[in-house]
Design a protein around this ligand. Structure first.
Ligand code: BDR
Ligand code: CA
Length: 340
């Protein structure tokens, strides 16, 4: 196989050595997921709970696929389903930094997880806001923590603005969002960035090491009907729910794109933290378009080193460019097989 390169661009940026840390069984990576569950968010949370290379410290919710109150409840119920109701959940921002609320019921259903009904969790959300739980965890944890935002970046931008001194406690931000090529919500913009471009801009300009898993790689991370069957065959409640969520997503994406499939966007960001060589990444300078025109929310990704340098900039993110789809499916199914 020839070395992976970013496909949709004129200049195909070459794969680079990853900078994101990776957990091991002996030394699990401390991670906080910031999420708007969400069909693919559910799978990302399942993966983080199941993989011994990840120590999931907390889940914070953000409005995105659905309103934040649904996202919070979904996070609580998913963690209970996966056998970890003890993992703290705190509710975050509902609206974008500058106001405005964009949702995705056409893909995720009105409540965020299709038509699936999950049992209530024995746990409740923490009394403090997401930003406060993020700040306290960063401050108190003995090691720097990896943030894994898989929804709009509102909470993370608020954290960086309210607690700039804690930036040094963030080991890495491994996020799902953006695209080198086309968008999905608009022709230019991917959903998580489009919902709150001003927040995304703050994050990409923060100087914190970032890995961006955008549509270029997450549209390669797809499941088809046989994967649903594999999940359905698991003798567990988590397996049954995993199959139900995937079947719903397959049908919805089929309506949008013409082929039944599920792009498991968010789980790619988590998988990168648990499996060292699953995703190939390349160095990019990423800027976020915050104007009001048709490119609003676009991530302008430059992977041509000489051009970046000539403009006095430097790479500020690694961007996912390729993933081994078959292995990714195995990673997901094996994760569900470990859950109750
Ligand atoms: C992203 O948008 C959401 O709908 C998904 O959960 C994912 O985080 C993909 O564009
Ligand atoms: Ca999401």
């Amino acid at each position: 196989m020839s070395p992976p390169v970013a496909a949709p661009t004129f200049f195909p940026a070459p794969a680079a050595q990853r900078t994101a840390p990776v957990g091991t069984v002996e030394r699990p990576l401390p991670v906080i997921i910031d999420s708007d569950p969400g069909l693919d968010d559910a799978r990302a949370i399942a993966l983080a709970v199941a993989r011994p290379e990840i120590d999931l410290l907390a889940v914070t919710s953000v409005g995105g696929n659905t309103d934040v109150r649904h996202c919070t409840e979904n996070a609580l119920r998913l963690l209970a389903l996966f056998g970890r109701p003890d993992i703290p959940v705190a509710e975050g921002a509902d609206d974008a930094l500058l106001g405005g609320r964009i949702r995705a019921p056409e893909i995720h259903g009105a409540g965020g997880i299709g038509t699936t009904v999950l049992a209530p969790s024995p746990a409740a959300a923490r009394a403090e806001a997401a930003v406060d739980l993020l700040a306290a965890t960063l401050r108190d944890h003995p090691e720097p923590v990896v943030l894994c935002p898989i929804g709009p970046l509102t909470n993370i931008a608020l954290l960086l603005r309210l607690h700039p001194s804690l930036a040094g406690r963030i080991a890495h931000i491994c996020l799902m969002g953006g695209s080198i090529g086309d968008g999905n919500t608009t022709a230019a913009a991917e959903f998580n960035i489009y919902v709150d471009p001003e927040a995304a801009r703050i994050v990409f300009e923060s100087g914190i090491p970032i890995t961006m898993m955008g549509l270029d790689v997450t549209h390669q991370a797809v499941l088809f009907e046989p994967a649903v069957e594999r999940l359905r065959a698991l003798p567990t409640r988590s397996g049954a729910v995993g199959a139900e969520l995937a079947a719903y997503a397959l049908a919805r994406e089929g309506q949008w794109y013409g082929t039944p499939r599920m792009s498991v966007h968010d789980a790619v960001a988590v998988a990168h933290l648990a499996v060292a060589d699953l995703v190939a990444v390349a160095d990019y300078n990423v800027r976020v378009e915050t104007g009001s025109g048709p490119a609003r929310g676009k991530t302008v990704c430059d992977g041509l080193a000489r051009r970046i340098e000539r403009q006095g900039r430097s790479p500020n993110a690694q961007v996912g460019i390729a993933i081994d789809r078959d292995r990714f499916e195995d990673v997901l199914v094996e994760a569900f097989a470990r859950l109750p």
